[in-house]
Design a protein around this ligand. Structure first.
Ligand code: CMP
Length: 488
């Protein structure tokens, strides 16, 4: 029916066209000379109209028989509108050239040249639009996706991308309808540049994956068994492909545990969407794991609990003092309880630089330990009353033991070289300690002998070679003297 109307329309058009073309001749041959001249302008208008009507008819014929007929059959799908539109533009350009040539007797080449120059200016102004247009053409000819296909469009934020179905591929952009009912307008140039995933090609059947991470302590084989059972249980539902087997694969190992990928095939949107299928798969996986008593891995850290070491000791508490004493050589071997007894009794003395703690020949009833700073040991070597430094005491050393152990007056003056902190331990505490720990008295006696010998050396009373023998005999003497002194 439509073909016949096209044919009749075409014949009528040709008849009328010939009539118009030859109208002045016909009118003149009938004897109407004046009328023939006047009707010339009307005839031009009619000729132009008929060329345009002709172009319209040709265009309709091309659309009907070429694009929607032969081309659609060759491409095995509907021909995109953009191709038809380009065809139409070409038909009207040719018609314009014919009107210029046949109606106005102008050169067709000049017309086309003018059109070309105009095209260059327009092309520059509309270059982005033209880029979209030509990419759209390329996309159509490449036939990588068609109306009705589901595409994954990459998201600008770098996420999973958005899934949408192609509704239209136009001159400038393609229109996609998403699962959530929204529309994505995608400029054709992006279709040409970005990596677009076509879910519907090469076949509608598409593979998807969902992942679960399980702790390292659960054997891989056990997890595989449980997850595969979960996958198989959902795969029998409508929408999942029956011809391909689902799989469970170990995809990675990480901080949290082993990552398992649950791989399955579906016919997207017939009737399952990828999101719905993932929901079904993961729900089944979690249910199966829960029944087996396995919880998916979560971020965790191993914590070792241990009291923090003290940052610094103020020396105010007994515990602080015990800690200080434990670093002093003569107390190193004492039990915690013994250290606590000494710590509870000792007294803190703070000295500023150059301050004298005690003088030579003073009465001495206590032992000292130096914790912070430096002390000078000073003696009047020449007998002139002018004291000189014979030795220096450093933190961790004890002093004042000579007078304490022998009952003699202080053998030297102790003066702070820098600001210092010392602890004073009373004679009574030392006596108790020595009674319980005889080794302490031996250690102290040796120190006394060494220091005594140093003093003698300083006074030039002793030659170097005699020193060792002198220390030994002096130690014995002091021990003897000390026992005597403590007995009294
Ligand atoms: P005491 O005699 O009670 O008082 C002065 C202290 O100075 C003395 O005990 C020793 O502990 C200490 N002393 C004496 N001579 C020396 C020395 N040569 N080196 C280090 N310390 C000393």
């Amino acid at each position: 029916m439509r073909v016949r109307s096209f044919v009749i329309g075409g014949i009528l058009f040709l008849v009328i066209f010939q009539l118009i073309e030859n109208w002045p001749t016909i009118v003149q041959s009938l004897g109407f000379k004046e009328e023939a001249r006047a009707s010339k302008h009307v005839l031009i208008a009619l000729e132009v109209s008929f060329w345009l009507i002709g172009a319209y008819l040709v265009n309709r014929l091309i659309n009907r028989f070429f694009w929607d007929g032969a081309m659609a059959r060759a491409m095995q799908r509907t021909v995109p509108g953009v191709l038809k539109d380009i065809g139409s533009v070409l038909v009207y350009i040719i018609t314009g050239a014919c009107i210029a040539g046949f109606v106005f007797n102008q050169s067709i080449t000049a017309f086309l040249a003018t059109l070309g120059a105009g095209g260059v200016v327009l092309g520059f102004a509309l270059r982005n639009l033209l880029a979209d247009l030509f990419t759209g053409l390329a996309v159509n000819f490449d036939n990588n996706f068609a109306i009705g296909d589901w595409l994954v469009v990459p998201s600008s934020s770098g996420g999973d991308g958005t899934v949408g179905q192609v509704d239209e591929i136009g001159w400038r952009c393609a229109r996609l309808t998403c699962e959530d009912g929204t529309t994505i307008v995608l400029p054709n140039s992006i279709l040409g540049l970005e990596k677009i995933v076509n879910i519907s090609r090469p076949s509608v059947m598409t593979r998807f994956e969902a992942s679960v991470t399980i702790d390292y302590t659960v054997p891989v084989e056990r997890v595989r068994r449980i997850l595969l059972a979960a996958l198989v249980s959902v795969s029998s539902q409508e929408g999942f492909c029956k011809e391909t087997k689902p799989k469970v694969l170990v995809s990675n190992t990480g901080k949290r545990g082993v990552k398992y990928n649950l791989r399955y095939w579906i016919h997207p949107w017939h009737p399952l969407s990828p999101n719905t299928s993932r929901d079904l798969v993961l729900t089944a996986a979690l249910q199966h794991l829960q029944t087996a008593g396995i919880t998916p891995a979560y971020t965790k850290a191993e914590v070792f609990h241990e009291p923090l070491p003290a940052k610094h000791f103020q020396g105010h508490s007994i515990a602080d003092k015990v800690s200080l004493l434990s670093h002093i050589s003569i107390f190193e071997k004492l039990e915690e309880s013994e250290l606590q007894r000494v710590a509870a009794e000792m007294r803190r003395v703070q000295l500023s630089a150059d301050e004298v703690l005690f003088r030579r020949n003073d009465e001495g009833e206590s032992l000292f330990i130096l914790i912070e700073g430096l002390l000078n040991v000073q003696v009047d070597l020449s007998g002139s009353g002018q004291e000189q430094t014979v030795s220096q005491l450093s933190p961790g050393e004890f002093f004042g033991e000579m007078a304490l152990l022998t009952g003699e007056p202080r053998s030297a003056t102790i003066q702070a070289r820098t600001a210092a902190v010392v602890y004073e331990i009373s004679r009574l505490t030392v006596v108790h300690l020595i009674e319980e720990r005889p080794e302490i008295s031996e250690c102290m006696s040796r120190a006394v002998a060494q220091r005594q010998m140093k003093l003698d050396q300083a006074r030039n009373r002793l030659a170097n070679g005699e020193a060792k023998a002198k220390v030994q005999s002096l130690t014995k003497q002091i021990m003897f003297k000390m026992k005597d002194f403590f007995k009294s």
